[in-house]
Structure formats: C-alpha cells, structure tokens
Design a protein around this ligand. Structure first.
Ligand code: ADP
Ligand code: MG
Length: 560
C-alpha cells in the first residue's frame, strides 16, 4: 500500500509481502469467487441433479448429491468463497436441508449485483435494496406457506420423501420416509425435537430395505467377556460412569512395599474391593451394565458369573442416549447405586448382523425418548449417501413438527416470490427499486436450475410457470421435472418445510450483502524467509548461551 507522502515520496504502511486489491477490482474478485462456489454445486440441485465424486488426499471416495457435504469436503481457500460455504453451514445447522438452494441463490444475487454495478449503481444502494427485498420475501413466504398438523403422518412422510428425492434412495424412499417420521415422532417432546436423540448406526448388509428403526439403542460394541449371557430379557439396566479397573497409579503413588508378600496382600485387597463393587452391582438387581469407563477382565468374569451382561468404554453420547431410551439415571459412585436408578428394556442382546460383526441391541424400551435408525445398504458408498439422505429427512420432519408450516416444492415459492417482489419494487421507486427487481429476478435461478438439471428448456419452463402463477389459484405450481410441465405441487404432495426457504433466502441475502460491502481486500504476507531464518539463528544462539527459559520470547533474554 503506497500513498503519496510529503515531497512526493510514497508511504508504505503494510508489511512487505502483503497484497491489496481495492474498489471495483476487489468486488469483482470476490463476486467471481462466490459465484464459482455456487457454480460448483449447481448441477446437483433437485431430483434430477447429478452427483459429485469427491476423493480426499488419502484416497477415500465420497459420492454425494448433498451441497453441505460437497462444500465441507473440498478445501476452499478464497475468503469470499468461504463466506458462501458459511451460508451452506448455517443452512445445514438451522434446517438440515436446502443447502444447495441457499448457495445457488447467494451466487445469483451476486451475479445480478455485478450487472447493477456495471450500470453504475453503487454497492451500498444494492445492499440496501437487497435487504429490503429479503425482509419482504420472508414476509411473503409466510403468506405462501400452508399449515400442517403434526399428527398428519402421511404429510410428514411426504416431506421426508421430498427431502430424500435425488439422493439415491428412490426405490426405498417410501420405506425410509416412514422410518424417519417414526424416529422423529418417537423423540418429539412437547413440540420440540432434538435430533441428537436419533442415533444412526450403520452397517453394510443385505440392502437398504433391511434398514430399520430400533425402539431403543443399537451399540457398535459387544459384551466384555464370553462368559456373560448373550441376551438378557426384562433387562434391568445400570448406567455407570465409574472405573471398574485396578488403579495402577495407586501402586507407585504413596504405598511403600517392602516385601513380595506385602505386594500380594495389597493386590488381594484391591481385588477384594473390586469384588465388593461387583457384589454391590448385583445386589441392586441390575442384570445389564453399561460402563463409561474401563473394566478389568477379572471383574468382567465375576459379573459374568452373576449372570450380568456388561459393556465397557461406552461413549458419553451413547450413555446419554441409553439414559433417554431406558429411563436409567447415570450413576457416578458405585456406593450410591439405588435400584431406582435402573432403567428398563424388554431385551438386551448381542446379535450378529453381518459376517463376523456383532452389535448390541437394547430394545423394547417403554416409551423411549431416544431411538436408533439402523441403516443398511449393499455397499459402504451407498450406505453413506443413504445416511445423509436420512439426516436431511429427519431434520425436515423435525422442523415441520416444530413449525407446523410447509411450502410447495419444485420452485413454486421462488416463482411466486419473484412475481410479488417485482410488484413490491414498483412501490419503492428510486435506485433501490432496481436492486429489488434484480433480487426478484434472482429467485428464478431455482426453477431455472431445476429445469436445466432435468435437461428441460429453462426459458420454456419459466414462461409456463410464470403464466400459471399469474393466473388465479396458481401459486402452488412448481416444475414437474419428470414430465417437464408445471403441476400443483401441494396437490401432488411434493412439499418442503417453510423454514428451508426462509433460511435460504435470509442467509443468501445476508452473505451477498456482506460481500458487496467489501471494497478493500488486504492479505497480510507471512514473515519473509529472511525473518524466519534470523529468528531461528537467534533462538539457537540463546539456547547455546543457556538463556532461553521461562517461556521468554526470543530477543528478550538480553534484558534480564
Ligand atoms: P438442497 O440442498 O437445496 O436441498 P436438493 O438437491 O435437495 O438441494 O434440491 C432441492 C430442490 O429440489 C428444491 O427446490 C425442491 O423443491 C426441489 N424438489 C425436490 N423434490 C422435487 C420433485 N419431486 N419435483 C420437483 N422439484 C423437487
Ligand atoms: Mg434437499
């Protein structure tokens, strides 16, 4: 950065190696980068969207249609591009679906903004117009939305199905939709759904049709030792967060051992202690033990002798889910075990599911508030994509159970927004009007892309969609990508949560505005090679002089 200083000498205020781009240049670069991100995921949008094959540096392959996953897996460096990736992340966090939509919208808003700038409209004016348009769009979406009852199972299944469309689950879509709805309704609690209570366990197996919902928990672990029972019915379950191991540290801590005999006595005492613990557990009436900490085989075999089924080193998150599924309270001190803390399951069983691999199933829980979706598929790649599809489905169903509002799919709300925002723009006037009109036109990118990805003529499709929406009772018409014509999406039961759209429009506009307002990009250069080698030399000298201590920064030693 150089400015004219006194006497015409340039004044440098940035460190050597820094780069700067300003004004229209900076904006142009940022917009190009953001648009590039949108372009990268655009072809995956909609039921006919294509998949991407991602290969990470270690050679792992992911085949996916999921925008959030693609943007997470590829390494994106450009700061403006990262802001678009952020849009996808926010969308994924808030709704779990609509990530591609949000990113494609953001890209189109910026492309249209760039056109406006070419027409000498100031970015600040565009930003203001976009903000007004986004606020209006959210308001309009409320009037486009239709209410649903959370008891309307059939409708909830349709929402799940729409979210999974195009994600490689076509054949099994109906069955998986049902599983997703069952899972959400099982964990729903006073109108709120915490999807963390739906555990997803997966294993390659016969095929997706073998996937099932377990009214309880499936754990990818097996019992500690063979002499434990393989199955316990009418299980009384103890959840213990305490170690069942001999604490080795005690030996080298404070006890002085003078003879081998003394050592033996000491170990015997330890063992007696552990056996006392086994006794306490057995006395509580528990016949199943899930232990968050470790467990010695000796202890395990004693538990086995008492007919107790036990699993060790259970993760904290699984412990919580087990607690919600079985009603057990997690106990932290063995001395404090109370029979009231025990949970219940109709059966706890270790079962072979494929080849040599076994899982432990905790099933037939009474009113479980945590459940497991056990996903099966022929291959690992398919299974992973199914899991992502189910994740989207579970999230959208939860969102609808919470909000009770849906919109038609297939670009219907976008076309409607586009038309109504243009009407709104005409009431505003001034230069902002142009920005609002651009915002309105940008909305059409969604139906346009759905058409393109289905190999349809986008212009024809947009024209017929617009004319449907301009006619009476046409606001629910979206693009039937299979037949290439507009249909009433609501009547056809192809619907999405309202929140998918409000969030997508909101966060796309926010990111676009943020990027537009940047007119100066300064990237600091790292320290130069010379500085680094000088610092190293200095550190070496100081080390040699024995002056580096107490975490002093290099170069300070001389002052002490
Ligand atoms: P996103 O990551 O945005 O959810 P998707 O690839 O899931 O991307 O595509 C979502 C888009 O596909 C939405 O606009 C949705 O309305 C549309 N869509 C979903 N199912 C259908 C369908 N059966 N017919 C037409 N459009 C559909
Ligand atoms: Mg989707």
């Amino acid at each position: 950065m150089a400015n004219e200083g006194a006497g015409g000498q340039p004044v440098y205020i940035l460190r050597e190696g820094s780069t700067q781009s300003k004004g229209r240049d900076a904006q142009q670069f940022n917009i190009m980068a953001a648009v590039a991100v949108a372009e990268a995921v655009k072809s995956t949008l909609g039921p006919k969207g294509m998949d991407k094959m991602l290969v990470d540096p270690t050679g792992n392959v992911t085949v996916t249609n999921d925008g959030a996953t693609i943007l997470r897996e590829v390494q994106i460096d450009h700061p403006a591009a990262q802001m678009i990736v952020e849009v996808a992340r926010a969308q994924d966090d808030e709704v779990g679906d609509g990530t591609t939509t949000a990113v494609v919208l953001a890209g189109e808003l910026l492309r249209k903004a760039s056109d406006l700038m070419d027409r000498q409209i100031h970015p600040t004016v565009i930003a203001t117009g976009y903000r007004m348009a986004a606020d209006k769009a959210k308001e309009l979406l409320q009037t486009i939305a239709v209410p649903v009852e959370k008891t309307d199972r059939e409708l909830l299944e349709k929402i799940a199905f729409t979210a999974m469309t195009g994600k490689g689950a076509e054949a099994e879509g109906a069955m998986l939709s049902k599983l997703a709805v069952d899972a959400v309704l099982a964990v729903e609690d006073a109108g709120k759904v915490d999807t963390d209570n739906v555990k997803v366990e997966k294993m390659v197996g016969p095929g997706a049709m073998a996937s099932q919902l377990i009214k309880g928990i499936a754990l990818g672990k097996t019992r500690v030792v063979e002499n434990m029972p393989k199955a316990v019915s009418k299980a009384k379950i103890l959840l213990l967060n305490a170690s069942m191991e001999i604490k080795k540290t005690q030996v080298d801590a404070s006890i002085k051992i003078k003879s081998p005999q003394q050592m033996k006595t000491f170990l015997e005492q330890e063992e007696a202690m552990l056996l006392k613990n086994v006794e306490a557990i057995s006395k509580s009436g528990a016949n199943v033990l899930f232990c968050q900490k470790g467990m010695d085989d000796l202890v395990a075999s004693h538990l086995g002798k008492k007919g107790i089924f036990a699993i060790k080193s259970v993760s904290e998150s699984d412990m919580k889910k087990l607690s919600r599924a079985t009603g057990a309270r997690i106990v932290t001190k063995i001395e404090e075990i109370d029979p009231k803390d025990l949970g219940y399951a109709g059966i706890v069983e270790e079962r072979k599911v494929s080849g040599d691999e076994s899982l432990t199933f905790v099933e037939e829980c009474k009113n479980p508030k945590a459940v497991t979706l056990f996903v099966r598929a022929g291959t690992a790649t398919v299974m992973d994509e199914l899991e992502r599809a189910l994740h989207d489905a579970i999230r959208v169903v939860s969102v609808v159970v919470e909000d009770g509002k849906v919109v038609p799919a297939g670009g219907a709300p976008e076309i409607e927004l586009s038309l109504r925002l243009k009407q709104y723009a005409s009431t505003i006037g001034g230069r902002e009007q142009l920005a609002i009109e651009s915002f309105a036109n940008a909305m059409e990118i969604i139906p346009r892309t759905l058409a393109e990805n289905a190999g349809l003529d986008p212009i024809d499709m947009l024209v017929s969609l617009r004319s449907k929406h301009e006619a009476k009772n046409g606001k629910n018409f979206g693009l039937n990508v299979y037949e290439g014509k507009p249909i009433d999406m609501l009547a056809a039961g192809i619907i999405e949560p309202l929140r998918v759209k409000t969030q997508a429009v909101g966060s796309a506009a926010e990111a676009a505005v943020m990027i537009l307002r940047i007119d100066d990009v300064i990237a600091s250069g790292g320290p130069s090679e010379q500085t680094i080698s000088e610092a190293k030399q200095q550190a070496k000298r100081q080390l040699a002089a024995g002056r580096m201590g107490g975490g002093m920064p290099p170069g300070m030693g001389g002052f002490m």
